[in-house]
Ligand binder design. Structure first.
Ligand SMILES: C[S@@+](CC[C@H](N)C(=O)[O-])C[C@H]1O[C@@H](n2cnc3c(N)ncnc32)[C@H](O)[C@@H]1O
Length: 234
């Protein structure tokens, strides 16, 4: 999945550091607030329980991390991991939960944790951005304990033609112009090519199987505009 025409990790890191000040506002308006529902579904799909040790990879400003933190409660522990220090600073500032959350600046392709450590994990809009998807899935598999579940939320290309056309129209005529007003054209123009190279649901399942997950199911949501890949480590 490494691809020389794709952006380098440094470029991706710079994009997200630039986006940090407007990231939450844009997410909220561009998804009409729906991203909260999709994030909640993702958290529920990884089945967090009180006392669990949970990981949110590519946590950004920490929406999903906080939801995980609430689920695992005061007896649990949640780690939010990202390589954008600016988004992590916002995540730290926004965190209102009284639950133990640790924010870690690190690479999703080289997780700074031992094997079989986490009871559950999430990733929201991160897998599409990493430069090596198979490696990211192998790292996720490595750090989960046997029996643990992970749920990965991201954009998805709908299989129905008119929905695909709608998605492209929305990205080109709503998302990019709105981002342009905030001086973030390049950052949001990047969604469309990243989606074009992103594996479809069935392709994601195959990659997850190759990474060691014997159980992998991809659920299209929001009419197939988004999807959640649910993985279990045996
Ligand atoms: C679109 S944002 C999603 C943030 C958050 N999960 C959400 O749903 O709002 C993608 C995040 O992935 C992070 N990211 C991309 N590649 C990464 C990598 N290799 N290691 C760590 N973080 C990465 C970016 O810094 C960014 O915060």
């Amino acid at each position: 999945m490494s691809d020389e025409t794709w952006r380098s990790p440094d470029e991706i890191q710079a994009i997200f550091n630039n986006l940090a000040p407007v990231y939450d506002e844009l997410n909220q308006s561009l998804s009409f607030g729906q991203h909260h529902i999709w994030k909640l579904m993702t958290v529920q799909w990884c089945e967090p329980k009180k006392g669990d040790i949970a990981l949110d990879i590519c946590c950004g400003s920490g929406d999903i991390t906080q939801l995980l933190g609430k689920k695992v409660g005061k007896t649990g522990k949640t780690f939010g991991l990202d390589f954008s220090k600016d988004l992590l600073a916002i995540a730290r500032q926004r965190n209102q939960t009284p639950y133990p959350i640790e924010w870690i600046e690190a690479d999703a392709l080289n997780l700074p944790f031992g094997d079989n450590y986490f009871d559950c994990a999430t990733m929201g809009y991160g897998l599409r951005n990493v430069v090596d998807i198979p490696l990211c899935l192998r790292e996720l598999h490595r750090v989960l304990r046997p029996g643990a579940k992970a749920a990965i939320l991201d954009f998805h290309r709908p299989s129905i033609g008119w929905m695909q056309a709608f998605q492209q129209w929305y990205l080109d005529t709503v998302v990019v112009p709105q981002a342009q007003k905030l001086g973030m054209t390049d950052e949001y123009a990047y969604i469309s090519p990243s989606l074009a190279r992103f594996p479809t649901g069935p392709e994601q399942v195959k990659l997850a199987n190759l990474a060691g997950f014997t159980q992998a199911i991809h659920y299209p949501i929001a009419g197939g505009l988004m999807g959640v890949l649910v993985l279990t480590k045996n």
